[in-house]
Design a protein around this ligand. Sequence first.
Ligand code: C2E
Ligand code: CA
Ligand code: CA
Length: 636
Amino acid sequence: MGTFQTLDYKIPESMQRSWQNIVNLIAKIAEVPTSLIMRIHPNHIEVNTVSETQNNPYRVGDKEELGHGLYCEHVIQHKQELVVANALPDKAWCNNPDIKLGMISYCGLPLYWPNGETFGTICMLDSRENLFSDTYRQLLKTFKEAIEAQLAVVFQQHKLLRLNNELKNRVENRTTDLAQMSYSLTKEIDRRKAAERQVNYQKNHDQGTGFLNRAALEAILEETLESFDHDSQSLVVINVGFSNARSIQTKYGFEAFDDVLKEFRFRLGHSESSYFVTGRPSSNDLVILLWGEDIEPKVQNLLDDIIHVSIGNFYIDNTEAHLHSYIGIVQAQENGCAKQLLQNACYAMLLCKESGEPYCYFSENHIHELHNHNQLESYLLQAVRNDDLMLYFQPKVLPYTHKWIGAEALLRWRHPVLGDISNEALIHMAEQNGLIFEVGSFVLRTAIDKAKQWSELVDNFKIAVNISPIQLQNVNFAEQIEHLLDTFHLPAKFLELEVTESALIADEVVARNTLNKLHEIGVTLSLDDFGTGYASFSYLKKYPFDAIKIDKSFVQQMDNSEDDRAIICSIIHIAKKLELQVVIEGIESTQQEQFLIGEGCDIGQGYLYGKPMPCNEFEQSLFNQNLLGGQYTYSS
Ligand code: C2E
Ligand code: CA
Ligand code: CA
């Protein structure tokens, strides 16, 4: 048989004692040797209470396995009273285990828990035949009811206990849940607060350095302008611009430049206060706001500090780096606006860059200049977009034969209202506002296109193009040249790039990489305006130049100055030793020409041979000259 389903609740001591009385009473009244209360378990049945009678073979705790034909098991299974008057002659009962203990008659009733599950039995056994009269059977039934009433109490107690426990657990769980919830809630609140703080921080600060960003600077400036007393206090905005920021960022990465700026700020000292804040309105600039009473000496000290820190060495990955910094200052006027102040400080910084002064104060006069400058800038943008720029070409010649062997491409911009605009101004502005890349591309494309046509007309015709330092600092410059040569099918040897010293100072590593690549693909490289810089000769050793171009200022002064003649001679002499070709520009007279030929000039350029001229005119002259076989034409 299968296992039995029953409750295992413990019967309390006091109840056990009353049950003991019951079985004793039954045994005594019914005059039987044994009365028992049996308890069923899942796999066996056990003597729970046994009458304290003589000759009683049963003991409390005796166990019997189920399935062996016990009287009690029968009662339980059939859920009804069993009376066996004499088992011996009864086939159904003659083998039951109690016979071995001498019990041949039995009368028993099932005992139930209030939920219907069986507890066991209450019974009496006799060693004699016993018919168990109705009286005794009724007695047994009465005690069965008494015991079941007690079981009901136990059951209810357990139920109560269980419910109590459940309640307790529920309360405990609820408490833990609540604690958990309140913990999560606090965490969530903290998280949101932190996120809000972070968002606020990011809204107001530059990510790389932690300085205030443009919006925050403007807001603080606006606030300060509104609240401070113009009679007793003053406010200055100092804009420090770093012209080589881009090149440091390109070479070492943005983070490296961020670190340099942080270090720069650290070295300045002057801790942030309610009268002193640092911002980074753009990637290349720092702005310092300073206000209060009698701040003039503080401003002067700060300017001195900025200049001092600017010329110091900075280290990026153990490599020494230098900052090219320019300082613009503006003093707030009454009813000044924050945006305008920041813009004026930036403009003063640009003026500082042009003036060569250590710093530059913005003044009202500058506003007019600024207006013109802005106007010109927008004109230039239009010109670039509308293809209004032009290239002129100036012949480069062999001095002995005057044969045109090449040309220098020179930019021209004639504005319908402003007239001719000088190349120096044009290039400078384009370098400042970034248009130089578009302008430079236009020049390269046009020049290479023309060179391709003319190289088919004249053997070894070479076009020379001026390259701005900014273009040379672009790490993709060499690829751009290669691509253009490819596109126009011009062999690299027919292109010459004229580079000035300033291009080499900005970032030597980038410049060297680019020049080496260009040299490898076969482009001719010449060092322009030779002799006007500080270190012309040292650059000849460092970079793969093929030619030098001696600046026209030497030629112009040659007629009157012994020194200039001597300088030209020694430059040519050294260049020859270094196996470099010597080009001389600005030759205007045959006298100059004769002298320079005598000294070994390889190629000449100047009004003597031809002024820069529009493309058609140059082409016509080149064509005529070829037909004439090498005669040179004076140009007006
Ligand atoms: P540069 O490279 O030194 O160019 C030579 C300048 O000298 C040209 O001035 C030319 O017209 C002038 N020149 C030539 N022969 C003589 C002469 O015999 N006597 C005198 N007095 N001058 C002569 P330009 O065209 O005004 O150009 C000025 C500068 O602008 C150039 O100096 C060059 O640095 C720059 N530039 C011109 N075109 C470009 C360009 O396409 N890109 C870049 N980055 N710079 C350019
Ligand atoms: Ca040049
Ligand atoms: Ca020059």
